[in-house]
Design a protein around this ligand. Structure first.
Ligand SMILES: Cc1ncc(COP(=O)(O)O)c(C=O)c1O
Length: 386
């Protein structure tokens, strides 16, 4: 694999972001195999590359979109459908999971009768005013402690307010189709899923008793990626979720999820190139042609800890040191890692590679300092078999 990556870097130049679509498919199938009852809505925000959407669309995935633009990226694939099929697809396979939507977005999506989430009364009024065709899903606040990215401080209604928020929706003439939650991204504390399902089931049964035909439980994202061997296995989590689902909910409701990271993190590798080298206070600094303003943006936004590997072990095999790996911009903040065990005698022009970089990386890359960011190369995709 290393040789192949090296050849691709030589052929296409660096920084090079290589997406393996076989891996995207495999991740989707693994998810479906272990959670057969769950309809998987790929969270486009994790990596919005159009080819990834194409691959997952062909696999039969559904989609979680955060904005009108993400919606249109999915819509591209159904534009040619007959009206009824299109309407059905949008209703059945797309969810607007962002609990806060601006008025303009709501006006634009009104014609599509979308399924949207909410977690507060002002949002409900806004939905009623600008997108009264929507079905609504109430997002609840659940424990997210220990996840790599915590979300509950910004999103989710207090479970104690759920009853009022469901009544308010009904009074406005909106139908509460379901309940949702998100345990935080890269959740390795599986008890948090169990606790969340427990909270949701209480609200679910209470709402049904009061005559609301809640029919969807959306278990969000957060499914952990094996970035290192300490990450507990997905199949263990699936076991917990499956057993809690059958214990807490009727068989005939719809269970959906919004996995982002799980589908794409392991499907991409980045090859960067050393463009400068200096010793500062005794430590080697490798300056590479990608950084935290670009493909390594996840170091900032996703609290991600990257890995670096050299292609060669240097000229004196085995002589490694703790080195810093930093980005190409003029900002001193652009330091990717201050402690990477790397060969000490790598040279300008040598390549490094970083695995498992498919999620929350190019999605939040900027053009800061005029650097374009990595070139994206697709392998094993439909249109470009390599
Ligand atoms: C509402 C919502 N759904 C799904 C996701 C995807 O989460 P993950 O990548 O952890 O699966 C996110 C991520 O922030 C989110 O905010």
């Amino acid at each position: 694999m290393k040789e192949e990556l090296y050849k691709l870097a030589q052929q296409h130049g660096t920084p090079l972001f290589i997406i393996d679509h076989d891996r995207v498919r495999e991740n989707y199938r693994t998810f479906k195999r272990h959670l057969p009852r769950v309809q998987a809505y790929y969270a486009v925000k994790a990596n919005s590359n159009q080819e990834i959407i194409r691959t997952l669309f062909a696999e039969g995935a559904s989609f979680d979109v955060a904005s009108y633009n993400e919606f249109m990226q999915v819509y591209e694939h159904i534009r040619h459908f007959e009206k009824n099929d299109k309407d059905f697809y949008i209703w059945d396979k797309i969810i607007f999971s962002n609990t806060i939507k601006d008025r303009d977005t709501l006006k634009k999506i009104r014609q599509y009768k979308p399924l949207v989430t909410y977690d507060n009364a002002d949002e409900l009024k806004k939905i009623k005013e600008h997108c009264d065709t929507a079905g609504v899903v109430l997002r609840l606040k659940v424990p997210d402690v220990g996840s790599q990215v915590e979300l509950s401080s910004k999103f989710g209604a207090e479970p104690g307010d759920a009853h009022t928020l469901i009544e308010q929706a009904a009074n406005l003439g909106l139908v509460v189709e379901g309940l949702s939650f998100h345990v935080g991204s890269q959740c390795t504390m599986f008890d948090n899923y169990a606790a969340a399902l427990d909270i949701v089931s209480q609200v679910f049964h209470d709402a049904r008793k009061r005559g609301h035909n809640v029919n969807i439980v959306d278990i969000g994202g957060g499914f952990p990626v094996p970035y290192d061997s300490r990450v507990p296995q997905f199949k263990e989590l699936a076991r917990v979720i499956n057993s809690e689902l059958s214990r807490l909910f009727p068989e005939d409701i719809e269970i959906i999820a919004e996995p982002g990271r799980f589908m794409v993190a392991t499907a991409a590798v980045l090859i960067s190139e050393i463009v400068g080298k200096a010793r500062r206070d005794g430590k080697i600094f490798y300056y590479i042609n990608d950084g935290v303003y670009h493909t390594f943006s996840g170091v900032v936004y996703d609290r991600w800890i990257p890995n670096f590997h050299a292609f060669s072990s240097g000229t004196q095999a085995g002589a490694t040191e703790i080195c810093a790996v930093v980005g190409p911009t003029c900002d001193s903040f652009d330091k990717i890692s201050l402690s990477e065990q790397l060969p000490a005698d790598l040279r300008i022009g040598d390549y490094l590679y970083t695995e498992n970089i498919g999620a929350y990386s190019i999605a939040s890359s900027t053009r800061f300092n005029g650097f374009e960011g990595a070139k994206v190369l697709h392998v094993n995709n439909q249109t470009n078999k390599e």
